[in-house]
Design a binder for this molecule. Sequence first.
Ligand SMILES: [Zn+2]
Length: 378
Amino acid sequence: MLKRLVAFDTTSRNSNLDLIKYIQSYLDEHGVPSTLVPNAEGTKANLFATIGPDREGGIVLSGHTDVVPVDGQPWTTDPWTLTEKPDGNLYGRGTCDMKGFIAACLANLPAFQRARLKVPLHFAFSYDEEIGCLGAPALVEKLVGSVSRPQAVIVGEPTMMSVVNAQNSGGGIIATFTGVEAHSSMTHLGVSAIHFAGDFIHWLNELQGELAQRTRNDIDTVPGHTTINVGIISGGTAGNILARECTLNWGYRTLPGDDPWEVQRRAEKYVAELLLPRMRARHPDANITLRRRSFLPPLKPEENVEAVKLALQWTGGNRTYSVPYGTEAGIFRGHGIPTVICGPGDIAQAHQPDEFVARSQMDACDAFLGRMVQWAER
Ligand SMILES: [Zn+2]
């Protein structure tokens, strides 16, 4: 199953429909109806399906179908061909993040169907997680509106099958700087959007330094403070022209329990009160806008106690963990359903060239799903 899923190039910029149609026909063959929740353009879709009785107290198994690009990465295997090496690892884009979990769910479908389930199991597979969890909100809303209330969600992002009950919140913002073009020898006639974007990046660095001082002891996330990253910068047309436009695609991650809006608020204040007035003093047509691209709510430990209890029972673990990265968990939790993150593979391999999941992790995931089914039969 993992081999089939990896063969679909579901990089977020592509349609995921071929993969979704494959999953849908696989479910059809097993007599399981599924529901698609497409995007506005109809080019992508989420999918959910229910196995077992329509009853409250089911378990949602959640995964995203998209993967990050392989562009420019030095892969030594074909990223779209699952390759097992003698080291016991299965290589391919998405093996760890996170087609491994989806494959385990689908491969176990016959076992789920054989079981005498007292509560249902729900599959919830999304698109565009990797570019800001854009698909999941509509999926979760439709799922919650269509099925009897589930009691827990397992988001199968790579955690080495450890139970994660806390994650940072995250925000993605597009900053657009509009300057005024001029010949680069005539800097007094224009305003370089790039130079002001540079000032903004410098300010973000200073802010990051300040926030890094504010560590907390009550949470074991590493690093234990808010982080900021400018991921893409683009602007300018020639070396001898003052750039008219520059955009920054940047974002931040905030510890659960901290104010998830602080960074955005302070950025807006800095732009409005200091940076934009300085830019406009050079030319009245200059402008800066900050547009929110994505927001991911945090996952707070105290809100997920019931899901933790179940997941620990199925992993055999005895403690929980926190992670600094964002997942769709906060979106499910936002609908009031206790949620944990628990899936095969190590996040250290995610987004990397030669991404892999260890076969032993896939086995551990199978064992986890096996214990979950036994519990659902009780
Ligand atoms: Zn992921």
